[in-house]
Design a protein around this ligand. Structure first.
Ligand SMILES: Nc1ncnc2c1ncn2[C@@H]1O[C@H](COP(=O)(O)OP(=O)(O)OP(=O)(O)O)[C@@H](O)[C@H]1O
Ligand SMILES: O=C(O)[C@H](O)[C@@H](O)[C@H](O)[C@H](O)CO
Length: 185
């Protein structure tokens, strides 16, 4: 539908900077913002905190709640931003079922750098020991998937600017969704 909003899902492995970058994006683009972790049932959080990776079956209902949150934002004609690991293409397919357009921002980096950042982080339930399983599960964006892939090597501000430029959102809110990478047209 032409007037449906285009949402952004900031994706990537744990510690790739999704919360950090999404918060900056939400401030710069003046959009509502939600965190995937807010949508997990307590059992999922307990499982990850205990060092056990989630299974597909743990993730399906969680993905559907985020899909429905995006659809609710569309009903308000509000383009939104949500963080979500969205590691596999089939997970992203669930999010793409949301009403409106769903674009993915993949924060991509090597395990050593991301591991270092997780090691320096405190007060988060997700243990660094789960990082290898996150990379094993990760399927990067396909060339036919709409969105942009950016390196996590820069500062959060640099990454945010790269995302905005890569998606052609510099003139938000009037020019959405311009730009062109990974099938954004
Ligand atoms: N570009 C960056 N440069 C340096 N440090 C960063 C950068 N991005 C994030 N960090 C730091 O790395 C850590 C992980 O970032 P963040 O919590 O945003 O990742 P995340 O992908 O949301 O993680 P999770 O999925 O586990 O919640 C934090 O301590 C954050 O301050
Ligand atoms: O799919 C997953 O395994 C989960 O979403 C994890 O990635 C965590 O929720 C998150 O990254 C930690 O905050």
């Amino acid at each position: 539908m032409v007037n449906d909003p285009a949402h952004l899902v900031v994706m990537g492995v744990s510690g790739s900077g999704k919360s950090t970058v999404a918060e900056l994006l939400a401030a710069r683009l003046r959009r509502p913002f939600a965190e995937a972790d807010e949508f997990h049932p307590p059992e999922n959080i307990d499982k990850m905190a205990a060092g056990e990776p989630l299974t597909d079956d743990d993730r399906w209902p969680w993905l559907r709640t985020m899909r429905d949150w995006l659809t609710a934002q569309s009903a308000l004609h509000q383009p939104a931003i949500v963080t979500c690991s969205a590691l596999r293409r089939v997970y992203r397919d669930v999010l793409r079922e949301a009403r409106g357009t769903v674009l993915f921002v993949h924060l991509s980096g090597d395990p050593a750098l991301v591991g270092e950042r997780i090691g320096d982080r405190s007060g988060h339930f997700m243990p660094a020991s789960l990082l290898p399983s996150q990379y094993q599960t990760l399927e990067p964006l396909g060339t036919d998937e709409r969105g942009v892939t950016v390196s996590v090597e820069g500062t959060p501000e640099e990454i945010t600017t790269e995302v905005i430029d890569g998606l052609g959102l510099g003139a938000e809110p009037t020019s959405w969704p311009g730009g062109s990478q990974h099938g954004v047209d």
